[in-house]
Design a protein around this ligand. Sequence first.
Ligand SMILES: Cc1cc2nc3c(=O)[nH]c(=O)nc-3n(C[C@H](O)[C@H](O)[C@H](O)COP(=O)(O)O)c2cc1C
Length: 177
Amino acid sequence: MSDFLDLASKRQSCRNFADKPVEHEKLLKCVEAARLTPSACNSQPWSIVVVEKPELAAEVAKSTMHMGINEYIGKARAFFVVVEEYAALMPAIGCMIDNQYFARGDLGAVTYGLTLAAQSEGLGTCIVGMFDRPKLREMLDISKDKSIFLLVAVGYPENAQVRNKARKPLEEIARFL
Ligand SMILES: Cc1cc2nc3c(=O)[nH]c(=O)nc-3n(C[C@H](O)[C@H](O)[C@H](O)COP(=O)(O)O)c2cc1C
C-alpha cells in the first residue's frame, strides 16, 4: 500500500523539466484520478483541457511568460488547463451555506489532485496562476462565459531530488482538541 504522506512530501513544484515526452496514458490516468475529486453538492464545477501536442504546448508555455517570469515552463511537455464550468454553478450556488462559495475550493482540490496523480506516475508538475488568460482562451477555444482557473505544467523532472519544504510549523496550523 502506498503511503500518502510520502507522495505529498515528494510532490514539489518542478521548474526543471527534462527533454523527455510524457506518455498520453499517464496524462489520461491523472485526469481519471482528478475526475473522482469530491465537490460541494457533487457539482463538479470543472473541466480539464489536456494540452499534449508539442506545438500547442509550446504556445501555452509562451502565454505564461511575462518579463522573465516562468521561463522554465518552456520545457514543460504538457499542460492541464483547469476550467471553471459555469454550467455547474447552479448546484454550487444552491450549495451556498453561510455565504461560502465552494466552487473555488473544489477547483483547488481538483488541481492538487492532478499534481498528486502526476507525482504518483513519476511526473513533475508546477501549478501556474500567472498567464495571459484572454490569449489562452482564444488559443484553446474556451468560451467567454467560462473562467480559466489554473494551469498545471507537466513533464519529467530533470532532477527529482526533494527540496526542503518551506511550510508553517504543524503547531501553527493545527490544533488537536
Ligand atoms: C494557485 C497557485 C498559483 C501558482 N502560480 C505559480 C506561477 O505562476 N509560477 C510558478 O513558478 N509557481 C507557481 N505556483 C507554485 C508555488 O509557488 C508553489 O506551490 C509554492 O511555492 C510551494 O512550493 P512547492 O510546490 O514546491 O511545494 C503556484 C501555486 C499555486 C497553488
